[in-house]
Design a protein around this ligand. Structure first.
Ligand code: GLP
Length: 255
């Protein structure tokens, strides 16, 4: 696992975008796994800039999002469908048929979750998966207690996550109670993981994820099992780390 500490959110976002762009330049048909939340917004801005100024081509890229709320129409501004189109897809030349986001409105949610796994498999797996982290150590919507071998499925959100995400809604009552999310087992099968965290309120979760034991109490700690992980954090999110880390990735080859 490679841990890179950047001084600012902007530097962190640029490095994450460079890692993803590098995968796409090597393989224009790469399958990229995408995340929502505030954290990846800077990365998406950088990718949009690379598309505009450096001809980064998304036309053949396949995307798979981590998760979605259950019951929010896709034109609801808080749905992750809406988020992704607004903050990334509408600004790049992605082919709409290549975009995959879990369906939180399916009549048969279980069947939709199983099909999502099959679609990922049919595309040969995910080449690089971008991840944020919840302040309670969740990844995607795999809340504490999630099985480390879990697959895409329906989950109940914890009160902590509903409170954290209430800032995007008018009130906490509007925050959905359920979601569909890739499982930890699904995420660990991606060929590469890039986990991002910024800000003081992530410091504890980052310390537990990187320096604590692998435990279902901190779902993100499961990334310690993965052979190719880059964790990029800003100074504030790194403030509780106790070991020595780098400020640049060591084996990063730009093309
Ligand atoms: C949500 C998402 C996660 C995300 C987390 C952190 O719960 N399901 O994928 O990592 O929030 O969000 P933020 O980046 O806004 O702190």
């Amino acid at each position: 696992m490679e841990v890179v500490i950047k001084e600012t959110y902007e530097e962190m976002s640029l490095l994450a975008a460079q890692l993803i762009a590098d995968v796409i330049r090597r393989n224009p048909r790469a399958a990229i796994g995408l995340a929502t939340g505030s954290t990846p917004l800077g990365t998406y801005r950088e990718l949009i800039g690379m598309h505009r100024d450096e001809e980064l081509d998304f036309s053949q890229v396949i995307s798979f999002n981590l998760d979605e709320y259950v019951g929010l129409p896709i034109d609801n501004e808080q749905s992750y469908h809406y988020f992704m189109w607004e903050n990334l897809f509408k600004h790049i030349n992605v082919t709409p048929a290549n975009v995959h986001i879990p369906d939180g409105l399916a009549d048969d949610l279980k069947e939709a979750c199983d099909s999502y796994e099959i679609e990922i498999d049919d595309h040969g797996g995910i080449d690089v998966q971008l991840l944020g982290i919840g302040s309670n150590g969740h990844i995607a919507f795999n809340e504490p207690g999630s099985s480390l071998g879990s697959r895409t499925r329906i989950k109940t959100l914890t009160e902590k996550t509903r409170q954290d995400n209430a800032r995007f809604f008018n009130s906490i009552d509007e925050v959905p109670k359920y979601c569909v999310t890739m499982g930890i087992g699904t995420i660990l099968e991606s060929r590469k993981l890039v986990l991002l965290a910024n800000g003081e309120n992530k410091a504890e979760a980052i310390q537990a994820t990187l320096e604590g034991p692998i435990t279902v109490s901190v779902p993100a700690s499961a990334i310690q099992f993965h052979p190719d992980v880059t964790v990029i954090v800003d100074r504030a999110a790194a403030s509780k780390l106790t070991r020595e880390y780098h400020t640049e990735p060591s084996r990063f080859n730009f093309q």
